[in-house]
Design a protein around this ligand. Structure first.
Ligand code: PEP
Ligand code: MG
Length: 594
């Protein structure tokens, strides 16, 4: 049994069979063929070995000619290994007796050989393991190239990869992908956010582990505690099955809270809103009792890299607004850039005008670059298109417009002015739109916190984005597992920033909410209410647990907790304190899933 610790980013537990995206991006799943197709598979294997051998011989000859015999010998070694009779027989048996497909036979056999070499603590043997993995990739490339179109999931799997982009995650078929785990990634990366939206348990930032997993292995992904277990023993399996059962019972109990108000014991009403990325999630918001949508991340309309036209924007917004039946919907203008959907190095020269790449150049430091509102203000034609669609969709229900990553008051004023201009344009053309639309900003940049009094005089509302605020205030990349020890939204620095922002908003009577991931963690609810927040926007699945806390506390008690937390020096101190306060609140949860 192997147990690895990573970062929990999307709750839930899944037990199942591993499927691996290897470093080449090939998807490896256990796959068998019909018994009468086994001979065909064997022929495919022979042909792939023949082609691979030919490639290797050519490499050997050209390397020998240019660099000398000792370098050519590396390829000679690969050739000898690939043509080894014993190795071939193992793969042949896997096909003829177990009816594995050619690629799975290659993968399983060579992976097992490599693992044997890796287990010997000797640098020479480790090199041999790398040679075998190299061969595996080479043969698989030939086999999979031939069948790439047919690679689809056909049964439930747990997916493993070095990294997954937000678009890859968003396009996962959730009928089959039960959970995923990756070597890279950080706690509030957009891949993590999408996993939560899809309600797939996920663990990221596990470090190098793919070599230790073979497709078809039994694995457990624990998205609550960030643990990955490979080859669990009976006892561990039993414990996790038990956790799954408990979770289902808990879900049913939480379900009963849906129609109850999020009202504290002293009668303070708390507004719980949903965060969404895709229009269909508005249903999940309603199912969990959300009173509206506090953050609609519209950049997911750009999934795949093409620019949506005005009607695509409009249709998505209208769908969300209508399905919320009169509840408020806050639409955030696109927050493209950094780790969001900018996954390839784009080139302005090659891109078409309908591609995102036409508008965005590769940057050295994208988190500090042309992202978010900065991009909208530079590419005004795209911004106006989105604003027109939002204002038009507002005819179908109440809408608010929110600008992301605002840094200066001039940016805010410019964005507001463009909205006014778009309104005028719609009016002149006689197109119906929502005239009185509230406009607000996300508080995600420390500069805004320091100038918050100025913003508070002008904006209609604030929403605090602690995912980015933490990244920028503590200078930690939110997607980087190696600095995750510094990334904590409960850091006293962030608490002070929340305090300043909330007080300024209260003074000017401006609504303020929090929509970063920290508001979805029920351990933080007492703190956030104590700091003065009365509106929290969280991923829909988190609403019941947050509501459960709201209904169990009174505001005086929350204020005392917040005051004490604000005096602390370290994030770990705050986290432990909040955890113990939560335990006190729910003594009956002792031993429960979280
Ligand atoms: C945030 O930064 O906290 C936020 C809600 O925005 P996003 O996660 O989309 O960057
Ligand atoms: Mg943000």
């Amino acid at each position: 049994m192997i147990r690895l610790q990573g970062i929990a980013v999307s709750p839930g537990v899944a037990i199942g069979k591993a499927s691996v995206f290897n470093s080449e991006g090939h998807q490896i799943t256990v796959s068998v063929c019909a018994p009468d197709k086994a001979l065909e598979e064997l022929e495919r294997l022979k042909e792939a070995i023949r082609v691979a051998s030919q490639d290797i011989s050519e490499s050997r000859d050209s390397v020998t000619a240019t660099m000398g015999k000792q370098y050519g010998a590396i390829f000679e070694g690969h050739l000898v290994m690939l043509q080894d009779q014993k190795l071939f027989e193992t793969m042949e048996n896997a096909i003829l007796q177990e009816h594995f497909t050619a690629e799975y036979a290659v993968y399983k056999t060579l992976h097992a050989y490599a693992q044997v070499f890796q287990s010997i603590q000797d640098p020479f043997m480790a090199e041999r393991a790398n040679d075998i993995l190299d061969l595996e990739k080479r043969v698989l490339r030939i086999l999979l190239q031939e069948k790439r179109q047919q690679q689809q999931f056909t049964e439930p799997i747990i997916l493993f990869a070095r990294n997954l982009t937000p678009s890859e995650t968003a396009s996962m078929n959730t009928r089959f992908v039960q959970a995923f785990a990756t070597e890279l990634g950080g706690p509030t990366s957009h891949t993590a956010i999408v996993a939560e939206a899809l309600r797939i348990p996920a663990v990221v930032g596990l470090g190098n582990f793919l070599e230790q997993i073979t497709a078809g292995d039994t694995v457990i992904v624990d998205g609550n505690s960030g643990v990955l277990i490979v080859h669990p023993d009976e006892e561990v399996l039993r414990r996790y099955r038990n956790i799954e059962r408990q979770r289902r019972t808990l879900d049913v109990r939480l379900e009963s809270l849906r129609d109850l108000p999020a009202r504290t014991i002293d009668g303070t009403e708390i507004q719980l809103l949903g965060n969404i990325e895709f229009p269909h999630e508005s249903q999940a918001c309603l199912d969990h009792g959300a009173e509206g949508i506090g953050l609609y991340r519209t950049e997911f309309l750009y999934l795949g890299g093409s620019i949506p036209d005005e009607e695509e924007h409009f249709n998505a917004y209208r769908q969300v607004i209508e399905s919320m039946r009169g509840r408020p919907v806050t639409i955030r203008t696109v927050d493209l850039g950094a780790d969001k959907l900018i996954e390839k190095p784009y080139s302005l020269r090659n891109a078409k005008k309908s591609d995102l790449g036409y508008y965005i150049e590769e940057e050295k430091n994208p988190c500090l670059g042309l992202r978010s509102i900065r991009l909208s203000l530079k590419r005004i034609e795209l911004f106006r298109k989105q604003l027109r669609a939002i204002l038009r969709a507002g005819v179908y229900g109440p809408v608010k417009i929110m600008f992301p990553l605002v840094t200066t008051i001039s940016e805010w004023r410019q964005a507001r002015m463009i909205v006014e201009d778009v309104k005028e344009d719609l009016f002149e053309r006689g197109i119906p739109f929502q005239r009185d639309v509230d406009m607000g900003i996300m508080v995600e940049v420390p500069a805004v916190v320091l100038m918050i009094d100025h913003f508070a005089r002008e904006v209609d509302f604030f929403s605090i984005g602690t995912n980015d605020l933490t990244q920028y205030a503590l200078a930690v990349d939110r997607t980087n597992k190696d600095v995750v020890y510094l990334y904590n939204s409960c850091d006293p620095v962030i608490l002070k920033m929340l305090d300043i922002t909330i007080r300024a908003a209260e003074e000017r009577n401006k609504p303020v909410s929090l929509c970063g991931q920290m508001s979805g963690n029920p351990h933080n609810t007492i703190l956030l209410l104590g700091l003065g927040l009365r509106t929290l926007s969280v991923s829909p699945g988190a609403i019941p647990e947050v509501k459960r806390v709201c209904r169990r506390v009174n505001i005086a008690q929350c204020k005392a907790v917040a005051a004490r937390a604000l005096r602390m020096e370290k994030a770990s101190e705050v986290r432990n304190y909040l955890w113990s306060e939560h335990q006190k609140l729910f003594p009956e949860l002792d031993g429960e899933v979280f």
